[in-house]
Design a protein around this ligand. Structure first.
Ligand code: ADP
Ligand code: LRH
Length: 475
């Protein structure tokens, strides 16, 4: 039977990849054809995304895909991390560099916002967990700091929307990425007028919402030319929030399974059909983000391998240049349970020097201080596993279900130690895979849109059929 080629561009906060997917009607195979590091850019005391570099890398990915397929690509889709955005003026020009969600401008902003509109009301309107990184708080900070930008903006595009716009000239807000902003009402399925009004943010900067599986547009002539493409290439809306795509490709078996998407963040939760917005979910700060096929991603953000990424960056600067697999090997050989940290303690959000901050945290909490790379990394992996266990127990109460299986996906599952600790500490079965869940989910939305597969259920069967899951049992 015929094989079709699709391209998935998946941009995470730490790295990005362009993947070529081949679908033969039976199996799906993905190959990384281009990868690059991400991480943000410091400039003038602020922290931004290097949008020019990211756009160049995406074009590089398309170029390579054109080369290996001889231009025979059915469609492409793009996803990125959540909450960040760019603003366009009335001429469609980018007004400033998109900020990195870890920029300090949102420090102290949530408290100011709560004076304008209550926490409870925001939660009832959006069902989104409170984190200072949310678009809501970023926009409020923007309004206070640089009102002339927002007051002259015509269009807000979230990161994947913005990159799709640069590729196609078409302006949309994709549904899954819109939902995580804390500006969208999942019950009414539209922007929360209440929130925009209360904060004085103009709601008309928001665009028409587009759903995964629909065509955004064709590549602009200049982009095609740069990528060496002669024919047209359709850019499709996918679950353009990376977590939405990751969940879409998680081969969940039944109602007793949770997903744990492991990358810069750990996203742990369940797929539901209706939002859970009540006193308890607010107290536990669980989020109701929207997913592919209108599912609800009822989950919690846990600070994830950001902790390891930042240690690695500092160790490298100090001349100890270890790879991720070397770090996890060193951890495996280190003394267990030397120290434990709360990954979500604010001190870990954007420290200058992560290893120093971890040591300081241990001193403050009267614990042994990790001395070696292995000890420090091991403590991080163990702490993450303890956090997962805690969140699973809360989730069980919130949805009144017994959770048996943990489906781990994403780059982090290459740290086998983390998967094993998660099984051991939670005393539950871990099924790991796919590593490339996000790119896979991106491709699934394209396949559904193209009519090549029927729905998400069929998509997950395809995933099960195409890759081997790795099982970790608690010891
Ligand atoms: P994001 O999309 O958030 O940028 P990824 O899902 O690509 O992140 O996951 C990246 C993380 O996966 C790294 O920070 C690292 O901790 C972990 N990782 C990647 N490769 C390996 C490896 N070979 N061994 C252990 N961990 C790894
Ligand atoms: C994971 C992720 C997560 C968001 C965060 C900003 O990559 O998209 O779902 O909360 O980045």
């Amino acid at each position: 039977s015929r094989t079709i080629n699709l391209l998935a561009c998946d941009l995470g906060a730490s790295n990005g990849r362009a993947q070529l997917a081949r679908f033969d009607g039976n199996k799906l195979k993905l190959d990384v054809i281009h990868n690059f590091t991400n991480g943000g850019a410091r400039l003038n005391g602020n922290f931004y995304w290097d949008i020019l570099a990211l756009f160049a890398e995406i074009k590089q990915g398309i170029k390579k895909a054109v080369k290996v397929t001889d231009g025979d690509i059915h469609s492409m889709g793009l996803d990125t991390w959540g909450v960040d955005y760019g603003l366009l003026d009335e001429n469609g020009k980018l007004m400033s560099l998109p900020y990195h969600y870890r920029d300090s401008r949102t420090d102290g902003i949530p408290a100011e916002v709560f004076k304008e509109i209550g926490k409870k009301e925001i939660y009832q309107e959006t069902g989104i967990q409170f984190m200072q990184i949310n678009t809501l708080f970023q926009l409020y900070a923007e309004l206070k700091e640089r009102p002339w930008i927002l007051n002259n903006a015509a269009t807000l595009l979230f990161m994947p929307d913005l990159l799709n716009y640069l590729l196609t000239g078409k302006k949309y807000n994709e549904h899954t990425i819109a939902s995580t902003s804390q500006l969208f009402n999942p019950l009414k399925n539209t922007w929360s007028e209440t929130i925009f009004k209360s904060l004085g943010i103009p709601v008309d900067i928001m665009q028409e919402v587009i759903y995964p599986g629909n065509k955004i547009g064709g590549l602009l002539p200049e982009v095609k030319e740069e990528c060496g493409l002669n024919n047209d290439l359709a850019v499709m809306a996918v679950g353009s929030h990376d977590t939405a795509s990751a969940v879409a490709a998680t081969p969940l078996e039944d109602e007793n399974g949770v997903y744990l998407s492991s990358g810069t963040w750990s996203l742990l939760g369940m797929e539901l059909t209706e939002p859970v917005i009540n006193e308890n979910s607010l107290t536990e700060n669980f989020t109701n983000e929207l997913g592919v096929e209108n599912r609800v991603r009822f989950l919690k953000n846990i600070t994830g391998l950001w902790l390891i990424q930042e240690c690695k960056r500092i160790w490298q600067r100090e001349g100890r240049d270890l790879s991720y697999s070397e770090i996890s090997r060193a951890a495996a050989q280190a003394t267990p349970f030397k120290y434990r940290l709360d990954p979500d303690d604010p001190v870990f959000m954007k420290p200058e020097n992560m290893p120093e901050v971890i040591k300081e945290y241990c001193r403050k909490t009267k614990q042994a201080v990790p001395e070696t790379i292995g000890e420090m990394a091991r403590g991080v992996y163990e702490s993450l596993a303890f956090s997962y266990d805690k969140v699973i127990k809360r989730l069980e109460k919130l949805v009144d279900r017994k959770i048996k299986n943990i489906h781990m996906v994403g780059g982090g599952i290459q740290a086998e130690l983390l998967c094993q600790y998660t099984a051991d500490i939670s005393k539950r079965r871990v099924l790991a895979g796919p590593v490339e869940a996000t790119a896979t989910g991106n491709v699934l939305a394209q396949l559904i849109g193209l009519g090549e597969i029927k729905d998400l259920k069929e998509g997950r069967e395809l995933v099960r059929n195409s890759i081997e899951l790795k099982e970790y049992l608690p010891v």
